[in-house]
Design a protein around this ligand. Structure first.
Ligand code: 6PG
Length: 477
């Protein structure tokens, strides 16, 4: 019996995805560049062997799949994907579907999609979130491609996806690059979420002088409330873990330099390309960059010393902890509002017609940013899918108004204590700017007109104008 689907690339993510597919009763053909990995994978597949067809040549692999053949490519993003596609193509027939399931840049996905136009072959760019565990037991899956190609894979992908109660966390989101774009923004939000949690951790560690397990305790409690989420849950777990070598808390022996593979940066670049302010995501990416400059920071600390500051308020520890919890919630709203605003702009720019409520829905389980909060976002967008910004929906306007005083106290306290909180403070400034009908860009417009004669609009609607700069100055002299 032929396989329902094929998969190339038996690395960590690919193997787990293949086992998940087999376990859900789908027959799958697998191929890996080095056949040893294929043999090892098959040997360890146990009961699932009955649904797996291990193949050692591409020819054999393609022949093992029922046409039109959906073939998942799960290898390192970038050039290797193009190379793999070229190797595969000669064996494929009309309507076969190559599916890139890696963290591709959506621009590559658009290019690959276009290159296959008129070839008879088609392409799906598919974002898969949830790490190793998600791939094995139920990831969140964001699909971009033609609707026909989606229909061919819908059943298999639905069977392997995470479920929020009974609802599968997989959806077709639009043509060509839609799936990978949404996955990129998922990661941008993931960066912001992680940075904000790390900033709160910094306040607890360096401001309130709590130990790692004590901070774990705090996060554990928060995980039972409105911050309930996978990232808070794992933060509790990592903070409570001990290093088997030194016996110290594990986090205390980890070097404070964050890695990154690019999706956060792409989110920021695309946001800026489209003129969307995604300040919390920007702050998170910049935070990782600064973190990586460890040697420079250490040298600077020797020269400048730590900031001269007032101490953390110790007045009422309990209510400050409540403030921290509310501050994190408020700041998260800004990050998600910005991420969704970027997707709304991209949807217009690339004619994807991205379904906002569906995106929120399929992020409720399986993916790294899964949380109860996303269920609230789902409701807000279901009621008003075209709203300009999440923060002006009734539910989130209320949430912002209920929590922003806490964010303000936390940010100002952190700043007075010399603790760096770029993502939290950018979230607060975003609210403060977004909710103020008259800002200060009138001065910027005047300056631009002064030195470049750019002109400006007037509040009274009278035609575009230039200032009387020369004579105006004279008037005050
Ligand atoms: C996921 C994750 C994952 C991603 C990293 C981001 O949704 O499962 O987003 O796909 O690769 O978490 O990677 P870096 O932090 O290394 O950039």
């Amino acid at each position: 019996e032929q396989a329902e689907i094929g998969l190339i690339g038996l690395g960590v993510m690919g193997s787990n995805l293949a086992l998940n597919i087999a376990e859900k009763g789908n027959r799958i053909a697998v191929f890996n560049r080095s056949p040893e990995a294929t043999r090892k994978f098959f040997a360890e597949a146990g009961d699932l062997q009955k649904n797996i067809i291990p193949c050692e040549t591409l020819e054999e692999f393609v022949a093992a799949i029922r046409p039109p053949r959906p073939i998942i490519i799960m290898i390192k993003a970038g050039d290797p994907v193009d190379q793999q596609m070229e190797l595969l193509k000669p064996y494929l027939a009309d309507n076969d579907i190559m599916i890139d399931a890696g963290n591709a840049n959506f621009r590559d996905t658009m290019r690959r999609f276009d290159n296959l136009k008129d070839s008879g072959l088609t392409f799906i760019g598919m974002g898969v979130s949830g790490g190793e565990e998600g791939a094995r037991h139920g990831p969140s899956i964001m699909v971009g491609g033609t609707e026909d190609s989606w229909k061919r894979v819908e059943k298999v992908l639905t069977s392997i996806s995470a479920k929020f109660h009974d609802e599968p966390c997989v959806a077709w989101l639009g043509e060509n690059g839609a799936g990978h774009f949404v996955k990129t923004i998922h990661n941008g939000i993931e960066y912001a979420d992680m940075q904000m949690i790390a900033e709160i951790y910094g306040i607890l560690r360096d401001g309130l002088k709590l130990s790692a397990p004590e901070i774990g305790q705090v996060f554990g409690k928060w995980n039972e409330g409105r911050l309930n989420s996978y990232l808070i849950e794992i933060s509790e777990k990592v903070l409570k873990a001990n290093d088997p070598i030194s016996g110290k808390p594990m986090v205390d022996v980890i070097v404070d330099q964050a890695g990154q593979k690019g999706t956060g940066k792409w989110s920021v670049i695309e946001a800026q390309n489209m003129g969307v302010a995604a300040t919390a995501i920007e702050a998170a990416v910049a935070g990782r960059i600064l973190s990586s400059q460890k040697a420079e920071r250490e040298a600077a600390e020797k020269i400048l010393g730590l900031p001269q500051t007032t101490a953390m308020p110790t007045t009422d520890g309990v209510s400050f902890l409540d403030d921290l919890e509310n501050a994190l919630l408020a700041a998260k709203v800004a990050a998600y509002a910005q991420g969704f605003a970027v997707m709304a702009a991209a949807s217009r720019e690339y004619n994807w017609n991205l379904p906002m409520p569906t995106i929120a829905k399929i992020w409720r389980e399986g993916c790294i940013i899964r949380s109860q909060f996303l269920d609230e976002i789902t409701s807000a967008f279901t009621k008003d899918p075209d709203v300009a910004n999440l923060i002006v929906t009734p539910a989130f306007a209320k949430l912002v108004n209920d929590t922003d005083a806490s964010l303000r106290r936390v940010v100002s306290t952190a700043i007075m204590s010399g603790l760096s909180v770029p993502a939290l403070s950018s979230a607060l400034s975003y609210f403060d700017a977004y909710r103020r009908g008259r800002g200060t860009a009138n001065l910027i417009q005047a300056q631009r007109d002064f030195f470049g004669a750019h002109g400006f609009d007037r509040v009274d609607g009278v035609d575009k104008h230039h200032g009387p700069w020369g004579s105006g100055l004279a008037d005050f002299a």
